[in-house]
Design a binder for this molecule. Sequence first.
Ligand code: RP5
Ligand code: MG
Ligand code: MG
Length: 279
Amino acid sequence: TVPHKNSRCLEYPGSKIKRFPVPDANVDWSQNWPQYKPVSHSDPVLAKKPAWADPDIGSFSPNFNTVDGAVDRTSFEGKYKVEKEKPLNPRGRTGLTGRGLLGRWGPNHAADPIVSRWKVDAKGAKIHHPVSKRPVLQFVSIKRKDCGEWAIPGGMVDAGEQVSLTLQREFSEEALNSLSVSPSEKAEIHKRINKLFKSPGFQVYKGYVDDPRNTDNAWMETVAVNFHDESGDSVSELPLQAGDDAGQVQWVDVDSSLALYANHSHFLELVAKERKAHW
Ligand code: RP5
Ligand code: MG
Ligand code: MG
């Protein structure tokens, strides 16, 4: 695997803090590197002890590598190491210790719903890409409020929550924030969304996310699932409306030139391959 990159971004998100620079060759923990002096950082929001976050280590010693009460502390990457009571990022050094903006020590589990449809012309015929000659997929993308980057409308799995519910809940919160619609329209939206998310979907990816918030002791992991509206008459017709941590929402053409948050474009590449779509 390629060494994580966003997890080594110089300036830590939401702060002016600079990570200790980690060259590609020194990412892996197995590389002995006595000069490594990572910066310690926990966002001030964690000091307020929000419900979604762990307490500080010292007063608190969670059961790592297990499902610890309602909190899943297992990693899709296998068993991670715990050193001096702190879990170690399975993909290696990030130049920063502590939790930064993340709530959990170790893996922070998220879910990414990739809702797709075929791009069609006015007559409803699939549009093929002039170069690849393949049909073009579109997916529901949101513009994140925190960094302004376009992304999949994903979010954190709440303690004890089923991932299938997180997928539907986050999509509804971020892309279908139906504030201004009538109760009957709301019911119709609900019906279509329920139906789409009850379909099995295609599990695109399960594992580490190269997220800029990652640290040596806390990192993002996700389950990305594709829900596809093949005939284009279900969710495709719903009015999108940005909500929660999304500033904007729209259908975006799936293409290899997409610059998306974290490693989300990799997930879309896998969707395009699976559906034999343009990439
Ligand atoms: C990414 O952060 C995941 O892939 C998911 O899209 C997202 C979850 O975090 P929030 O959107 O809740 O900030 O790593
Ligand atoms: Mg959210
Ligand atoms: Mg989100």
